[in-house]
Design a protein around this ligand. Sequence first.
Ligand SMILES: NC(=O)c1ccc[n+]([C@@H]2O[C@H](COP(=O)([O-])OP(=O)(O)OC[C@H]3O[C@@H](n4cnc5c(N)ncnc54)[C@H](OP(=O)(O)O)[C@@H]3O)[C@@H](O)[C@H]2O)c1
Length: 286
Amino acid sequence: MRHRHFLSYFFYEFCQITVAIMSSGNLNFQCAIVTGGGGGIGKALAAYFISKGKKVLIAGRTESNLQKTAKEIGTAGYYLLDTGKTSDIPAFIAKVTAEHPELDCLVNNAGVQRPLEISKLDATEFLGKADQEIDINIRGPMHLALGLLSHFRQKKSAIIINVSSVLGFVPFSIINPVYNGTKAWLHFWSMNLRTQLKRDEGGRIKVVEIAPPMVGTDLHRDREDPDDNKKEKNAEALTVEEFIEAVAEGLEKGHDIITAGKMGDIVGQWYSTFGGVYSRAEEGRM
Ligand SMILES: NC(=O)c1ccc[n+]([C@@H]2O[C@H](COP(=O)([O-])OP(=O)(O)OC[C@H]3O[C@@H](n4cnc5c(N)ncnc54)[C@H](OP(=O)(O)O)[C@@H]3O)[C@@H](O)[C@H]2O)c1
């Protein structure tokens, strides 16, 4: 398995530089809610957790997809939620935690990607799409995490898993200027959230970031060619199965940041360059 070898090498190198961000065991939770669990990476993550004996709930906007997926992979339930409608989040959290008090894992996976050409789009249309993308990719994960913290604080341990992107490290997909920025935000937010929870609350609530490279899902539905992220069209793209295999390895080894494939190199390079600076800041030496 080429990707496995690459991943092992990547993480060997990575661990030398970022020992401080390593910890063990990301599968100590009992019950996870996976946003965007009706399809793509979220569905595959949910199925993987179920295969590990976890109770899994999924949330999304399209009931037919949630229903179909829940039946197909055997989730313990599903919830209709638009993560971009942050005013709905408190009621959602109250309902899920009342129905599933053992909930101790949040997977912020739901995300959208909108091609936005600054010179071609009318400003009103641009801003409407951009605001929605920011609501879903930034405000949703932040409101869900903050909203669940008091519930998670009552647990022996809990985990927040944020799905960012390699595009949050280098914005090389120039047609997605807002998306790239939202994923950079999620990356930096995940780092600081992890550090603060470790520093101030003893690290009982872990924060893991998954930074996918290009993976063959429906994410590119708004592009001219929605299938340009499929292996047949892009040799560097991973299939969902290849990606989840790498993610499973990272989760089982307890990594705090997980990526895969050749594009995942960017994440290692970023940490080689800036990981030390961040570690010094974490230790209060800056
Ligand atoms: N595939 C890639 O190449 C790639 C690369 C880097 C990062 N990622 C990230 O991986 C995550 C999963 O993406 P994917 O590739 O699996 O894409 P996907 O196939 O489009 O799946 C996204 C899922 O999120 C749900 N969703 C979207 N907006 C939502 C909202 N506002 N509220 C609730 N659910 C919502 C969608 O269902 P509904 O529309 O029914 O709600 C869908 O089930 C995203 O955060 C994406 O940015 C993907």
